[in-house]
Design a protein around this ligand. Structure first.
Ligand code: F6P
Length: 341
């Protein structure tokens, strides 16, 4: 009987359990043993595993988070942990490993594949910034939550004649801000891809007031930066070198109030965007990714990532998926800007 390991790494995303469930359901009848690795790459370093049978994966489709747990462990940070990682894949008798994660987790997966281990990747991130696939699961849920929040902010902003800045996630890519801002009718959208022009933001707010609108909603990605740099909650970096972002909303609210004289508040949606039940789309997308990942293992398509491109599900090389982040292209930012010109 062949053993297939499954792990979830990096920030959690709604839809992770759908992927796990689909892999198990597709693979069990083919005679595979499914081994859940606890807490991402940490669990592989610690050999912390759990049996994934049908009972263990029943009733999880609608649940947010990951039944396996996750971590931001980088086993390739030191040659010693890299050796332990590779040795443990062999020691646990894993004939194949499915790694479900974003740029960092899949970057590790690509290195592990390069060491000769049989690895398949599945693209996860609420930020939707992975290349090689049109959409990652988790993104639709995050955009839906952010859009609902923006809708709710409208009525309170309007009642109080206020400007409200809604800070959403998005470290290097502003896809959540762009999509939720468009869907929620934001009056200005700020992305990590382009430095914040405070004069332009304040001018847009002033134009609205002059036209009779007494409130404005500004959507800002956490990674959107003023010319002096990003706003962080903690300068320390994680194992992959990322700082903890957060606080641009508060910062902007202060600047906007000072410059325009309009009362301004801010809201940081934070992890609310990642928690809770996945949308139907993310359950479907996660399920399709899981089914394809199981087929890739069965057909020996290793060193590849399950991808969704142009409406079709197909494997793409892991290395190409992690080579560069998919950020919002300039043309699309310009197009969105016409909505609040
Ligand atoms: O990568 C996804 C993401 O949600 C980013 O948008 C955000 O910067 C980061 O994770 C926050 O992660 P955590 O607080 O869990 O470390």
């Amino acid at each position: 009987m062949k053993s297939v390991g499954i792990l979830t790494g990096g920030g959690d995303a709604p839809g992770l359990n759908a992927v796990i469930r689909a892999i198990v359901r597709r693979s069990l009848p083919r005679g595979y043993r499914l081994v859940g690795i606890r807490r991402g790459w940490r669990g592989l370093l610690d050999r912390e595993t759990v049996e994934l049978d049908r009972a263990a994966t029943t009733g999880i489709l609608h649940r947010g988070g990951t039944i396996l747990g996750t971590s931001r462990t980088n086993p390739y940070k030191s040659p010693d942990t890299a050796r332990v990682l590779e040795a443990n894949v062999d020691a646990l008798g894993l004939d194949a490993l499915v790694a479900i994660g974003g740029e960092d987790t899949l970057g590790v997966a690509a290195k592990l594949a390069a060491s000769g281990r049989k690895v398949v990747g599945v693209p996860k991130t609420i930020d939707n910034d992975l290349s090689g696939t049109d959409t990652t699961f988790g993104f639709d849920t995050a955009v839906s939550i952010a859009t609902e929040a923006i809708d709710r902010l409208h009525s309170t902003a309007e009642s109080h004649d206020r400007v409200i800045v809604c800070e959403v996630m998005g470290r290097h890519a502003g896809w959540i801000a762009l999509h939720s801002g468009m869907a929620g009718g934001a009056d200005y959208i700020l992305l990590p891809e382009r430095p914040i022009d405070l004069d332009a933001v304040c001018a847009a707010i002033a134009r609205r007031r002059a036209a009779g609108a007494r409130f404005s909603i500004i959507v800002a990605a956490e990674g959107a930066a003023l010319p002096e740099g990003e706003v962080t909650t903690d300068a320390a970096t994680d194992a992959f070198g990322h700082v903890k972002l957060g606080g641009i909303g508060v910062r902007l609210a202060g600047e906007i109030e000072r410059r325009t004289g309009f009362e301004t508040r801010s809201v940081q949606l934070g992890h609310v965007q990642r928690g809770g039940t996945p949308t139907a789309f993310d359950r479907w997308l996660g399920t399709r990714y899981g089914l394809l990942a199981a087929d890739m293992v069965h057909e020996g398509k290793f060193g590849m990532m399950a991808a969704y491109r142009g409406g079709a599900f197909e494997p793409v090389p892991l290395a190409s998926a992690v080579a560069a982040l998919k950020t919002v292209p300039p043309g699309l930012i310009d197009l969105a800007s016409t909505l609040f010109a």
